[in-house]
Design a binder for this molecule. Sequence first.
Ligand code: PEP
Ligand code: MG
Length: 846
Amino acid sequence: MQQENPHITFITPGAPVATATHGGRAKCLQRLVRLDLPVPPTVALSFDEVHRIASGQMPDMADLLAPLDVAHLLCVRPSSEDPDWGGPGAVLNIGMNDQRYAELCERIGETAARSIYARFIQSYSINVARLDPDMFDDLDMDDPEICQQALEAYEDEAEEAFPQDPAVQLSGVLRSMARAWEGTSARLLRQAKGAPADAGLGLVVQEMALGLGHGECGSGVLQLVNSTTGMPQITGRYLSQSQGRDALRSGAEALFLEKDPRGSSLEEKAPEAFEDLKVHAALMREKLREEMQIEFTIENGAVHILDGVRVQRSSRAAVRIAVQLAKDGIIPKQEAVMRVEPRALNELLHRQVDPEAERDVIGTGVAASPGAATGRIVFSAAEAQASAARSEACVLVRRETTPEDIRGMHAASAVLTERGGITSHAAVIGRGLGLPCVVGASSIRFQMRKKMLIAPDGRQFREGDVITIDGSEGEILAGAPDMVEAALDDAFQTLMAWADDERDIGVRANADTPADAKTARNFMAQGIGLCRTEHMFFEPGRLTVMREMIFADAPEDRRSALEQLLPMQRADFIELFRIMQGQPVCIRLFDPPLHEFLPTDRSGLRDLAEALNLPLSDVTRRVEALGEYNPMLGMRGVRLGITVPEIYDMQARAIFEATIEASRDGDAVVPEIMIPLVSAKREVELVKTRVDAVAAAVRTEQGEDFDYRLGVMVETPRAALRAEDIAPHCHFFSFGTNDLTQMTYGLSRDDAGRFMSAYVHQGVYPEDPFHTLDADGVGELLLLGAERGRDAQPDLTLSVCGEHGGSPESIAFCRKAGMDYVSCSPFRVPVARLAAAQLSIQDKVG
Ligand code: PEP
Ligand code: MG
C-alpha cells in the first residue's frame, strides 16, 4: 500500500508526509487535502527517494502511478524543505502523446490540445532531454502543424522518437529534476540562500486539471491581502485557457479577480467559481494560520486548488498580516510577535527606495544608517545649511565627518563619506538623526577640491547634481528613484505593544538633542541611556565660547567662559528632562579631545583669531600644540576631566540645577551622570569627589534636595578587568562597546572601513566587530566586567550603550549576561524592542 510507503506516498489526510522528509509543498498539499479542498490526487516522493532517483535508482513506475488516474495528464513540482531554497521548475502535461492528443482534440478542441502537446514537447526537450532551447525559435505555436514540427525537431536533435509512454516520460522528468537539484550550480545557489549544501528535494506528482477546453477554463492565483500594504484586498490574476502561472506572465491578457473598473474580472465571468475560491482561501487562511496565495485551475467552471504558498510580503505587510491574524484569533499574540523579523522594521521606520524602481547604482559603501533620501550634492556643512535655508534637499558629501559637520548633517537629507566604518562619526550621528548614510564609499573617487565625485564607471557628479543615498543597502544611486514612505501605522503600534508585554530587558535610546529625545519618546524608549554632551557645544553661539574656554590661559579666564556655557547646558538638560518626563536620563560628561572644537582650515583660524583678538600666528601655534598623534587614546574623556576639572564641574552644576528646575513642574528627576574612558579606580574617586561637592553646593545654594546616580562608561579593557575596584564607587556601568571594540582589537573605528570587507571576506573576522558584537573577545570582557562589577557591588545597574545595543544578536548576548538594559540610536529602538521580546518568548516556549 502506497499510503504506508514513506518514500512514495499518495497524499491522504493520514499519509506519512512531513516537511522535513517530503518538503513544504507536499506537506501543504496534505493540509489542503485535510481541509477537503478540491486538490487533484497527488503522490509525494521523499527526499531519500529523489536522492536515489538522482543516483540512477528509479522507483517502480507502475507502483508510483497506481493511485493516479491514467486518463489524466500529470505534472511534477519541486518540494524543498524551505520554499525560499528554490528548486527545478515544474513540468506540466506529462503523459501527452499522439493518442492523448487525438482524444483531447475531441474533448477540449484542437487548438487547446495542440497547445498542450506542443508545449509539452518543448518543455520535455529542454528540461529532460537537455536539448538546445533555440531549436524551437523558428516554430510558430499558432501553426496547425506545430506538434508535427516539434516532434520532428525533437527527433532530429535527440536522434530518437519522442517517447510516447507516459511512464517513460514521467521517469525522465523525475530523473532530470532530481539531478538538477544535485548539480553544482544548484547547490551553490542554495547555499547562497542559506540552505545546507545537502538539503533534500521532494517531488510531487499530481493529476492535472487542464485549464484549457470547453466551458470556462483557465488558471490563476488569488490571495486575500495586498502584498505591499498587508491590507485586506483580493488580488491575483486569472487567464482563460491557460495553465500554470501563465496568468502572471507580463503581457498576458489576464483578468482581474474582483470586479475592477480597469477591466473585466473573474467575478463577472465565473461568479460561482470566484465565490468558491474566496471561501477556499478564507479556510486556508484560518486553518493554515497564514495568508496564503492559492494557485488554481478552473476546468469547465469547476475550481481545482493546485497549490498554496505563503503570500510574498513587504515588511510593512508582514507586520499588518501578523497583527490581523492575531486579532482574528487565528494565531496567539506571541506568535504574531515572533513572525516579524526585527530588522525588517527598518523598512517601516524610514523612507525606502521603491523596490520596483530602477536603480542606477554609481557606487557602494557601508550601509551605515538605514533609509533612503535624494538631494543635490553639497561638499560642505555650510553649503548644506545654505541649501536647507532654500528648502532644497541636499546630500552632504565629505571625506569623513567631524563634530564641526553636525549642523550640516542636521540640514542634509543624507550623508555620504569616503572613509569610515559602522561606528565612525557620520554613521553614529546619521543613525541618531535617522539620516540615511553610506560611509566608506571608497569605490567612488572623492575630489573635494574640484567638488566632484567620480564613479567607478567614469561618470562624474558635481555639486548640485541629484543623487540618492540608500543607507539600507549601502548604495549610491544616480537621480531620484521612486520612494516608499515610512509606515508607523496602527498595526506597527499594536505589534510593538504586544512585544513590550513580553520583553524582559530594558531598551533606552542614545539621544543628544531635544529632537533625538522626542524621537526616543515616540519610539517608547524607556529613558536615555547615553546623552553625548559634547554635541551640545556645536550650536553656533556656543562654539565660540567653547573656543574661548579652550584658549584660556588662566583658570579664571576658563571659569568665565564656562560660566557663559553653564546656562546653555542647564537649558539643554531642562529640556531633555522635560521631554523624557521622569524617565531616566544618563548624561555622559564631556568625552572628546578639545582640539576637535578648533578650526582646521586657514579661514577658520583667521575667524578664531578675530574672535579672540589674538594674532593669527598665536592661534595657529596653540591649535597645533593641542594636536595629538593619537587623539582617540590621548587627552580625552576622564583624563580631560581630571586635568581640566572646571569642565566637569560646570556640567555637573548644569545637571543639578536643571534637575531642581525640571522637578518643580513634574516627577522628581534623578539624573544619571556617566564618566567616560575610565581605566583606573582613582579617576572615579577624583571625579566623584568633585561631583559630590558640586551637588552639595547646589543643594545649599538652592535649599532643595535631589538624588543622582553616578556611573562609569566601561569602554577600556582595563576598566572591564578592574571592574571590582571601580564598581564600589558606582551606581551603574554602561559598556561602551564602540571604544571597547576599538581598544580590544587595537582597531581604529574610523579607519577600519578600509580593510574590513577584505577581512570579513577572507574569514579573518566572521563579521565587522563594530557591527556585530564580538562575543568571544569583547564579549568576554563584558562578561568579566559585569561579573566582577556585580561581585563588588550587587546593586550595580548594567547596560550596553555602544552601537551594538541595537543589534538583535548583541541583545541576546546582553540578556544572557544579565544586563538591565541596552541603549541604542532612537531609530533602532523599535528593532531592539522586538528583538528583545522574541528572545524572551523563545525562552518561555523553550
Ligand atoms: C562607545 O564608545 O561605545 C560609546 C558609546 O561612546 P562613543 O561612541 O561616543 O565613543
Ligand atoms: Mg566611547
